[in-house]
Design a binder for this molecule. Structure first.
Ligand code: AFP
Length: 339
């Protein structure tokens, strides 16, 4: 089977997402175009959701009840809109056999699709931040599936290492789509006037070390001694290691991960006494983010030592701890929690 992984031709800055994907496809001998079409469809999903996110506040400004708008249409919650948009877009195209979404207990099977890819997604991550106008996002991963077998829930139980692509879209001060197919991580910024994503950062590298730690400090009392030891360490003063670190925590994984990817440092959502298995979801939060960080030279662990991408899922909505960021910062975390 030909690999859909490709590296971008150099100096493409200014290219649209579609051009970039098309040129990548031409580098893969025997490519059928299915993988590229699926990536492009996710680009379309990003455009559709960004449109809804950007006007989300109007529901209040225009005095909508939250039930029905002035046209008599139902005003749905944004996470349902994002989920429905993703289902409708993927169903139409035929390259995705099934979708596992954070919003749905069971996968959606696209019966008529002949394609051999599966998509996992959190269509609207960080939804508690919508009402306060703070960055939210969409996270996705693409997996292969064997069409000689029936597609079931278990078809999604694959290691993150076997994902063929991962990405997220951050609806921040601008909308940015970050994508990897395993080789290199690239960011595309949405230009609403042109209606296109343009390549804005090619081959992003996560700095080897940063100076920011990101964790929900409100969970302090629920942490293990090891996690408390790490948090004390990053807050201690030490000139030689440039401590204390600064603290930033948005509460939308996409926003916290994006800052960590670009500026370095560490994001941690460890297991605690309230969420002993961790809070974040393996298939459509931890794995895509881990794939992006590894492709950018960063690191992602499940707690102390296990690599996120090596975990074999046993549930569709499995929760895990997630520690992700600059290699040196994640290694320091690992050393301190294991002491
Ligand atoms: P919501 O989508 O329910 O807001 O959850 C967001 C999230 O899954 C992830 O995006 C954040 O990193 C994390 O939860 C925040 O969790 P806390 O609110 O417990 O800090």
């Amino acid at each position: 089977m030909t690999s859909p992984s490709w590296s971008p031709p150099s100096s493409q800055v200014g290219a649209t997402l579609e051009t970039f994907i098309l040129e990548g496809m031409f580098q893969v001998p025997g490519a059928t175009g299915a993988f590229s079409a699926l990536l492009n469809q996710l680009g379309l999903v990003a455009k559709l959701i960004t449109g809804r996110v950007r006007s989300a506040g109007l529901a209040d400004i225009l005095g909508y009840t939250g039930e029905t708008n002035v046209q008599g249409e139902t005003v749905q919650k944004l996470d349902i809109i994002a989920n429905d948009t993703m289902i409708a877009s993927l169903r139409r195209q035929g390259h995705c056999a099934a979708l596992a979404s954070e919003e749905l207990d069971d996968p959606v099977y696209f019966e008529k699709a002949a394609g051999s890819y599966l998509v996992v997604a959190d269509p609207l991550d960080g939804s508690s931040n919508i009402d306060v106008n703070v960055s939210i996002g969409t996270i996705f991963g693409i997996l292969r599936c064997d069409r000689s077998q029936p597609i079931t829930r278990e078809s999604f139980y694959q290691r993150g290492r076997d994902y063929v692509a991962a990405g997220y879209i951050i609806y921040g001060s601008s909308t940015v789509l970050v994508l990897t197919t395993g080789k290199g991580v690239h960011a595309f910024t949405y230009d609403p006037t042109a209606g296109e994503f343009f390549l804005s950062q090619e081959n992003i590298r996560c700095p080897e070390r940063g100076s920011i730690y990101s964790v929900n400090e409100g969970n302090h009392a629920r942490w293990s001694d090891g996690v408390k030891r790490w948090v004390s360490y990053v807050k201690d003063t030490d000139k030689a290691t440039a401590r204390p670190y600064s603290h930033r925590y948005v509460g939308s994984l996409v926003a916290d991960a994006h800052r960590t990817l670009l500026k370095g440092g560490i994001f941690a959502y460890p297991a605690d006494s309230k969420s002993p298995k961790g809070k974040l979801r393996l298939l459509y939060e931890a794995n895509p983010v881990a794939m992006i960080f590894e492709a950018a030279g960063g690191k992602a662990l499940l707690g102390g030592t296990e690599n996120v991408l090596d975990r074999m899922p046993s549930e569709l909505h499995e929760r895990v701890p997630l520690i992700v960021g600059s290699v040196q910062d994640v290694d320091t975390y690992s050393r301190l929690v294991n002491e």
